[in-house]
Write a protein that binds this ligand. Structure first.
Ligand code: HEC
Ligand code: HEC
Length: 497
């Protein structure tokens, strides 16, 4: 029997049902980069830092992001909506799904789901589409749940997803399983949407996510006033090269005043999150119905605790590390424990020096797309406001969120804090038990050369090649001045967050 965990037959194409939202995000691909052969990355710009503050001697950098009012919601209702709601609005008919797949294995099921959802894998939801056809589609957890320490954690970004193949052919094949005309029509709608976005949502590398390159493609196909779908794009389409992004953990939203790595999601967070359903939400009335319960989903997301580190912690060493962290890192990342504080800062690109491609804004952040969003139903109470910088994220549960930086270019925290030790080319097993408790992150193999030197297509996709556009591991050199002992102490302290 085929199981969803071993076959991408439905999983990959279906995920594009949901893609629409996350990608509202923002990001950016360098314009003109439309070939399959990406140009080499320019690399992060390293800057020594800003002028020291006259009073403290500590360099002051960054722009604070102000808090904005959020609609209140009920976290419990939000969880139920998240894992049973039909917010994606279209999908593959249940009959075709069940013909291909049996019940999911126990470890892939979610607690608290009933009916047809009870034995679906966590990343799928069965619901009745507006056409009356019962369908299955991917939900937010396709990207926003992951396994660490052998446990499925809702809200952990999935760092093992494979978005390297074109899902369109598989979506077409699914149609062969369907004969009923109403089901056929439902499938056709879904398969056509996938076909429209497929060229824009493929990455070169397993583990990174193309979500940020999708919004532009969806916006381009949709009337800004009515949200009606147009097969012909109404705006210019974005480049086909998807800038890589490491899916962030949801628990950060409890502290963050803006959504997304470049702080582009402003105003009402629930309204931005619900835009994840834009693939098949074809009218303002449908969008309003989903929006009515998304404050609950946002409240659930803001209520998720970070997972506690499960290994042993050397408490005196961690305490020493706290001192080093507070002297070196807290001005950007805040303090933790009693009296915790979080400054919500955007750090300019030339200060942090990490790969700028996501933030430079030639695709999703091009005015044409932010204007679409801001002038649409979504923009009524929310805004996309791309920044030329990156948010210094809260570091709660950071032990579980490898690989590091917004593009997932650094496999461990030890390597993040000692930039000379970061591998230029590396690969990993993508087994989430293959964890390095000393360096804090994924066990990995550094390679002497990048993708070009690997003839095997499957092995090539698993190589993280930091010379590719958007994949640079430069910048964030704040750990470099620390000696090995202080770095080890900071790592021990980070385990306690
Ligand atoms: C295909 C993968 C994918 C799906 C499906 C997806 N997301 Fe995301 N999501 C991402 C990625 C990647 C980012 C980071 C984008 C960025 O910051 O540039 C993100 C960012 C977010 C953030 C902001 C986190 C932060 O720290 O700023 C929230 C909240 C979020 N998504 C909620 C949702 C919700 C709710 C859904 C379902 C309705 C959803 N996402 C569906 C990939 C996905
Ligand atoms: C000047 C501000 C600043 C200072 C100082 C700073 N950081 Fe950061 N840090 C950032 C920014 C901005 C990012 C996000 C960069 C990106 O994703 O491209 C980041 C990202 C990180 C991440 C990656 C989080 C993830 O999940 O990918 C870790 C871990 C981290 N910092 C730890 C530290 C530690 C430890 C120190 C002190 C030695 C430190 N930082 C000092 C601004 C700072």
């Amino acid at each position: 029997m085929k199981s969803p965990s071993t076959s991408r037959f439905v999983r990959l194409p279906s995920l594009f049902n949901v893609l629409g939202g996350s990608c509202v995000a923002l990001a950016a691909v360098v314009s003109g980069c439309t070939s399959d052969d990406p140009p080499a990355a320019s690399g992060g710009v390293i800057d020594a830092g800003a002028e020291p503050d006259a009073d403290s001697g500590v360099p002051q950098v960054g722009t604070p992001i102000p808090a904005e009012p959020q609609r209140p919601g009920d976290p419990e209702k939000g969880y139920t909506a998240l894992v049973t709601g039909g917010y994606v609005s279209c999908g593959i008919p249940y009959s075709a799904y069940s013909a291909a797949f049996g019940p999911a294995p126990e470890e892939l099921r979610l607690p608290g789901r009933t009916g047809k959802n009870a034995d679906l894998p966590y990343y799928y939801t069965a619901f009745t589409a507006p056409s009356g056809v019962e369908v299955v589609s991917a939900n937010c957890l396709l990207c926003h749940a992951g396994t660490i320490d052998g446990k499925l954690v809702v809200g952990l970004g999935d760092s093992t997803g494979d978005f390297t193949t074109n899902p369109s052919n598989q979506a077409e094949l699914a149609g062969l399983l369907i004969s009923d005309p109403a089901e056929k029509a439902e499938w056709r709608k879904w398969a056509d949407r996938i076909k429209a976005i497929a060229p824009h949502v493929q990455t070169t590398t397993v583990g990174v996510n193309p979500a940020d390159n999708l919004a532009a493609a969806l916006f381009a196909h949709r009337d800004r006033e009515t949200l009606a779908w147009s097969d012909e794009p109404l705006l210019a389409l974005p480049p086909t090269y998807a800038v890589p992004v490491d899916v962030p953990p949801w628990w950060r939203m409890a502290k963050k005043n803006a959504m997304f790595y470049i702080a582009g999601g402003r105003g009402d967070h629930a309204r931005i999150m619900m835009a994840a359903s834009t693939l098949c939400t074809d009218s303002v009335a449908e969008a309003q119905a989903i929006d009515a319960y998304f404050p609950d989903v946002a409240a659930f997301i803001a209520s998720i605790p970070s997972p506690k580190y499960s290994g042993a912690i050397d408490a005196p060493l961690a305490e020493r590390g706290r001192g080093v962290f507070e002297a070196t890192c807290s001005r950007c990342h805040g303090t933790y424990g009693d009296g915790a504080s979080y400054p919500n800062l955007v750090i300019p690109l030339d200060e942090v020096g990490t790969d700028p491609t996501l933030a430079v804004g030639e695709a999703q952040f091009a005015n044409v797309y932010t204007e679409w969003f801001n002038g649409s139903f979504y923009g009524e109470i929310a805004r996309l406001e791309p920044q030329q910088g990156f948010v210094a994220p809260p570091l709660d549960g950071v032990w579980a969120t490898a690989p590091y930086l917004h593009n997932g270019s650094v496999p461990t925290i030890a390597a993040l804090l000692d930039s000379a030790s970061r591998p230029a080319y590396w690969t990993r097993t993508f087994d989430t038990n293959d964890y390095d408790h000393v360096a804090l992150g994924w066990n990995h193999t550094a390679l002497p050369a990048g993708k070009d030197a690997e003839p095997d297509e499957q092995a090539k996709k698993k190589i993280y090649d930091t010379t590719q556009l958007g994949y640079s591991n430069g910048g964030h050199i704040y750990g470099d001045p620390l000696g090995p002992d202080d770095r080890a102490a900071v790592i021990e302290y980070l385990k306690t967050l």
